[in-house]
Design a protein around this ligand. Structure first.
Ligand SMILES: [Fe+2]
Ligand SMILES: [Fe+2]
Length: 327
């Protein structure tokens, strides 16, 4: 009993000391010893009629959630590209600069391919309200997020990248989720994106810690990313069925599918975001670093498996490129 209360007092004291010595906890990765990040070009050629609306675990509602994420993430990626470009010039370390160039290249190609996918889901076959949601995304980013001062944008960029890293890790642990249907093109897009988000997960954080490192500002970026990814995107998803196929909402099948879809995303037991809340909130720990979660085994496994003959990316892979190290 006495021992337990002593341990609790000690851990509370540790947390307080950790929070008070924030500067001591500015961690960056040992990037000089990490492998260079390749930029992979893919050519997929999406067609609306080939896209399966039940792609994610045979569930329409969860698939619509990911379609909404696909529309909005292109704006998030554009913000990451703009912010990373702005801050790259202030970095002194040539290796970190090279990693930022890789981040920019990967995000530019994600944004391009997701835009092609988004064009395809506007097709009659899917009838996703792409035009309206693009308009809303553009307004939101142009008038709010892109107007932020650069230090806040840098912290938001690190926050967004934390969410994509957690999402990528969840997906790597649930590989079967990509194989529920035979929609090979959508699978290639999401698996390629998953691999690259995990590859560059420490870059934005390292840039933030190198150039700024302020803890309250880092947390502000986290909450903005949280509000967008787990507030606005699910909220926007709720309206898609009514805009897409309102009649289908009158059937019990729709509500059964929607209930299952909500569980697939938010269930604390095994939902994409529900079961990863611990990892998401770990970002608040002053000594947090993305590489506290070792992804090397997953990266090695997926890079080999996806790109080898017969792999999910192989039919669409065009070339890859590693940016040179420049001073
Ligand atoms: Fe991305
Ligand atoms: Fe990213």
């Amino acid at each position: 009993m006495i021992r337990n209360s002593l341990m609790t007092t000690l851990s509370v004291r540790n947390l307080i000391t950790e929070t008070m010595n924030l500067k001591k906890h500015i961690k960056v990765s040992d990037y000089a010893n990490r492998s260079a990040i390749p930029i992979r070009h893919l050519q997929i050629g999406f067609q609306g009629r080939e896209i399966n609306i039940e792609f994610y675990r045979n569930n329409e509602f969860a698939t619509i959630f990911f379609a909404t994420l696909s529309v909005f993430l292109t704006y998030g990626e554009d913000l990451v590209i703009e912010t990373a470009r702005h801050h790259r010039d202030q970095l002194k370390d040539p290796i970190l600069k090279q990693r930022v160039t890789s981040l920019i290249g990967q995000e530019a190609l994600h944004s391009k391919l997701h835009n092609e996918f988004n064009d395809a889901i506007a097709d009659q076959a899917i009838n996703y309200p792409v035009k309206l949601y693009r308009f809303l995304g553009e307004q939101f980013f142009d008038h709010i997020f892109l107007k932020f001062p650069q230090p806040l944008k840098l912290s938001l960029m690190a926050g967004i990248e934390h969410f994509t890293a957690v999402l990528a890790e969840y997906m790597m642990e649930h590989e079967e989720a990509f194989y529920a249907t035979d929609d090979a093109k959508t699978r290639a897009m999401w698996m390629w994106h998953m691999l690259e988000e995990s590859e560059h997960k420490d870059v934005a954080y390292d840039v933030y810690q190198t150039l700024n490192g302020n803890y309250p500002l880092r947390i502000s970026g986290f909450f903005l990313a949280y509000f967008t990814i787990l507030g606005l995107i699910p909220f926007a998803t709720l309206f898609v069925p009514a805009l897409r196929k309102p009649k289908a909402m009158l059937t019990p099948k729709f509500w059964k599918d929607a209930r299952r879809g909500v569980r697939l995303i938010f269930s604390p037991k095994d939902g994409v975001f529900g079961s990863t809340q611990n990892k998401i909130w770990d970002y608040l720990r002053p000594s947090f670093h993305p590489n506290d979660y070792d992804n090397s085994a997953h990266l090695a496994y997926f890079e080999k498996k996806l790109l080898e003959e017969g792999g999910a990316l192989a039919p669409y892979f065009v070339k890859q490129f590693i940016p040179p190290v420049r001073n």
